[in-house]
Write a new protein. Sequence first.
Length: 342
Amino acid sequence: MKTFYILFILFSLSLLLSSCSTLLVEEPANNPEAIFDNLWTTFDEEYAVFAERNVNWDDQYEIYRPQVDALTTDDELFDILSEMLTPLDDGHITLTAPGKQIFFGNKIRREKIDDALFDIDVVKTYLEPGFEEGDDNSDEAPYIYGKLKDQDVAYIYFRYVGDNFFVLNDFLEKYNDVNGYIIDLRHNDGGDFTYCYSEIGRLVDEERYVFRSKTKNGPGENDYTEWHRWSVFPDGAFVNKPIAVLADRYTISAGERAVMAFDVLPNVTIMGDTTNGAHSTLVGRELANGWFYSLVTQKVEVADGESYEGIGLAPDVVVKNTLAEVTAGVDKVLESAVEVVK
């Protein structure tokens, strides 16, 4: 499983802001019962998508609160909190404690289901020599782009959504004479979707509405900001060629909001598998014992008026690799995309 380092940056920032805001209020007690109550109450007041994920949070309290008392050990408390969060099946929920394996709220990520069906090293074998590969001092490149061997098609991969999207214009300029493009967002870890929205202007012919969002702003069930609309806008010389955007169950968060943006463009075909279904904004919180967790404070509805939180965005064309194919160096999803855009 890839490291959520972009999500961690956002998580850390929200922790800093929340720490500043709690300087004026009494700190929660550092004992098992108070810690449980603090986490449950924070979710009760701030988590935005209980309905979308079909979870009655009061029921979770009735089940798990009696399991915690003053003698509950750290190991037991971590397991109880993890079990309470599990039914949400939310890719934006994590629980972190020193010396323990991080708990991922989403079953797909927690159990690494189909994680091995995408391999960027296999993708590289399809590219002509001399392809571009970014470097952000991490183990994996933030972007990779080049021309596919024996094809009049150019390919670009984004590992997350951030300043790596600045390279999109260079990519379009370098390969302005190809027949079509493949934009790979498989296993995209998320980040800041606004980089995508600002940088895809050359692929947009007119203002196109993508989604709207509203954020929790109080402890009540209906305490939200007004809806805010997000659109993409044309910017620069318009590029009007067939585009295939690839996604999978590990395309999450800002990666999903990028899929939303590409999906409103008429010359784009979304291919691969359904996205993770965790695309609302997350925040980070710290418990009194130093443990960290994250949760979602926002509702999102895409251009068709529906919420796909907990469901994911389905592709136009469903195609999945098999482990045997990837092991043999074959990326059937990529090959299928070539047939769509060449």
